[in-house]
Design a protein around this ligand. Structure first.
Ligand SMILES: *Cc1c(COP(=O)(O)O)cnc(C)c1O
Length: 400
């Protein structure tokens, strides 16, 4: 089998209906057929590429070929966003009366699918502490059909033992689905541990340039066919240009990830002992409570870390304001560093109760290290942390 860098550049070659070295953009909503027989064939071809773009397009098929080979799965498909991948799969795989297990620490959109969307459809849910292997088993019911995991989780960087969850699910005939957005197939391949379906916000590392919203699903062809049957109904189709940009981004994923990994590790180590910082959440630090699990199932730890500022909400906000390179933005995984203060982002979205249930402290900042020079990023975060540490508290000011 070829290495990831070769796969990212050549895995779609058999899919290309053209001899152009750079694949053309199939900017068409529909395709024509020679005769009735051909037309019928094209219409029933699941995840095909020559009937109608909502049903499939050559640019989709090229991305899918690369993602499937990178993730070590039989097949893959693309959607208009990461959330479209999740909701389409869930709508295809569960029905009223079923039960779904998810994590307490999980991406906000995933949490909302669990807490708001599924219960409205008559699907019951249980959220578990993913760091506790036994919690998944305790949550199983005879109605459980699906377990949704995310490792490392957004934004707390908690890990899930993928092999343990996959083994448990297989033994009970339950499907598993892993959000691999933070790790990417360069750092972790959930299918190698027995996870059935892998999904991504391809908006993040897979595309890598903060210029496309996209999602992917990877897994067995038969399972993806069931999901595709629903995808043509929900209609969350990726535009051909966006699929083409995503393919271009994928070409350099294996080159970009080692730099993201190195930058994430360097920032985590630099901030770990800083007096303004009480805690650094990063699976590559020996102090991460699940570092051994991380080292066992990941080959790199990614560019995202979360830090807790000693000064709480105000210090976190001030820290972001001092950063020169990382801009305040809700995404991650691009070549440019970004930072977000979840407590201020969620202020308008969540109630006080939901904020405290999220387990995300008010002084937490999520840093997504880009591919800039490591020394520049380290100098920048240290300067921001120094500045925050030096700001006198109101009490100190009053005492003067
Ligand atoms: C961003 C993100 C999503 C949602 O993906 P979109 O492409 O924004 O729909 C899902 N999971 C994780 C971990 C994410 O970071």
């Amino acid at each position: 089998m070829s290495g990831s860098s070769t796969v990212a550049i050549h895995a779609d070659r058999g899919v290309q209906p053209s001899r152009a070295v750079a694949p053309p953009i199939y900017q068409t909503a529909t395709f024509w057929a020679d005769d009735a027989e051909q037309f019928t064939q094209a219409a029933v071809h699941r995840r095909g590429q020559g009937f109608y773009t909502r049903y499939g397009n050559p640019n989709h098929a090229q991305v899918a070929a690369v993602v499937a080979e990178l993730e070590h799965t039989e097949a893959a498909m693309v959607t208009a966003s990461g959330m479209a991948a999740l909701t389409t799969a869930v709508l295809a795989l569960v029905s009223a009366g079923d039960h779904v297990i998810g994590q307490q620490s999980t991406y906000g959109g995933t949490a909302s699918v669990l807490l708001n969307l599924l219960p409205r459809l008559g699907v019951s849910i249980t959220q578990v502490d993913q760091t506790d292997r036994a919690a998944f088993e305790r949550a199983l019911t005879p109605q459980t059909r699906l377990i949704l995991v995310e490792s490392p989780s957004n934004p707390l960087l908690q890990l899930t033992d993928l092999r343990a969850v996959a083994d448990l699910a297989r033994a009970h005939n339950v499907l598993t689905m892993a959000d691999n957005t933070f790790a990417t197939p360069i750092n972790q391949r959930p299918a190698d541990f027995g996870i059935d379906l892998v999904w991504h916000s391809a908006t993040k590392y897979l595309n890598g340039h903060s210029d496309v919203s996209a999602g992917v699903l990877a897994g067995p062809a038969q399972l993806l066919d069931r999901i595709w049957d629903v995808a043509v109904l929900t209609g969350a189709v990726l535009g051909p240009i966006d699929a083409w940009l995503l393919l271009r981004g994928l070409r350099t994923l294996p080159l970009r990830m080692p730099r993201h990994n190195a930058n994430g590790q360097a920032l985590a180590e630099a901030l770990h002992d800083h007096p303004a910082v009480t805690r650094v959440h990063y699976p590559g630090l020996a102090s991460h409570p699940q570092h051994a699990l991380a080292a066992g199932q990941m080959s790199g730890f990614g560019g995202v870390l979360a830090i807790e500022l000693a000064g709480g909400f105000e210090a976190a906000d001030a820290f972001l304001g001092r950063l020169r390179y990382a801009r305040r933005s809700a995404s991650l995984g691009g070549v440019e560093s970004l930072a977000v203060h979840p407590a201020s982002m969620w202020r308008g979205m969540l109630s006080e109760q939901q904020l405290s249930d999220s387990g995300v402290p008010p002084g937490l900042v999520r840093l997504a290290a880009g591919t800039e020079d490591t020394a520049d990023l380290v100098d920048d975060v240290l300067a921001a942390a120094d500045a925050v540490a030096a700001v006198p508290t109101t009490a100190q000011e009053l005492a003067r």
